[in-house]
Design a binder for this molecule. Sequence first.
Ligand SMILES: *Cc1c(COP(=O)(O)O)cnc(C)c1O
Length: 428
Amino acid sequence: MKDFQNGIETKCIHSGYEPKNGEPRMIPIVQSTTFKYDTSEAMGKLFDLEDSGYFYSRLQNPTNDYVAAKIAALEGGTAAMLTSSGQAANFFAVFNIASAGDHVVVSSTIYGGTFNLFNVTMRKMGIDFTFVDPECSEEELNAAFKPNTKAVFGETIANPALIVFDIERFAKAAHSHGVPLIVDNTFATPVNCRPFEWGADIVTHSTTKYMDGHDATIGGAIVDSGKFDWLANAQKFPGLCTPDESYHGVVYAKKFGKEGAFITKATVQLMRDFGSVQSPMNAYFLNLGLESLPLRVARHCENALKIAEFLQSHKNVSWVNYPGLKGNKYYELAKKYMPNGTCGVISFGVKGGRQVAEKFMSNLKLAMIATHVADSRTCVLHPASSTHRQMSDEELKAAGVLPDMVRLSVGVENVNDIIADLTQALEV
Ligand SMILES: *Cc1c(COP(=O)(O)O)cnc(C)c1O
């Protein structure tokens, strides 16, 4: 059946789960904490990583694995895992290869939650981060690397700055320093961009956004391209290349190869210890979202482009930022990495600044004020007073967030209704 799973639309429906004769056509929800074995010996083999199988849903569950396998297929990766949230995905992706005393190079224009995770919480764990302007010179970029650097991190389309990340450029820099590039592909989704095709090594997702797409479940995913050669850089990655005593000395990079080492370690070590697993029920809902992902993403992008053009021509709007809009600073980069469309999120400024922006938002009737983006319902947010409020003005600027910025997440409603709502709110 894999021969007929080439298009992303087909993969969204069929990949990851193939029912055998008489089995449920839909991914079954295995809502069970534990799994039964006939002998202690059979179970012991699972604990030794000698056999693959399920024993406790804190580590792995069949429903989650079907959905993770679908996401791996969508990204063109070799292995994937689901996490309880996007935050957990980004934490695991970095912490799987960086620990106390290590360092990571990060694009400064990332999601506020990830910025906090790195800059506050993971610093407390002894991991150091250097934030670089995604448009910095080659010299500045190379100067950011240190002997203890273990990874480079960026977002395909930064939330909420909507800056397009030059994946190929950062992948080259990462590889020339012997470390992998981790890309958070939440906003583009694999429908619009597959970072592995441009050299990224690990992809993360907040599946809470377009993948779920219906405001229903929080979740995350990590996907491995299977291309990064850990053993070739063994001194940098002792966690993958030296024995793990908690599994009788298994060496992940040797036993599971390039294709499986990263996700296996993150599952049997980090998930075992931190337990940020997605519930099978949520994985089931996530799968429903994935089935219609290409249809929805296309509509989000179509609506967003029309609305960006509408806003650009409106007298009460001071600026519009949408990478799919001709003349946008990132238009060319977006065309390279996302020829079929970028995302449904637009940011813009309302003339009159911060207070007028807040007034405009409270005037909206269809578009709701919500701390969310990237789902079927159009919603708005004022980042400076919400998601990014813990940042200083300097940090806001570095993250590409202006005080008068309104973040508009365009839904899949009829575009004329959304435009009518924006029109009345902008006129008041
Ligand atoms: C929302 C978001 C996250 C965090 O995801 P949660 O599911 O909310 O934990 C991470 N990265 C990006 C780009 C996001 O938009």
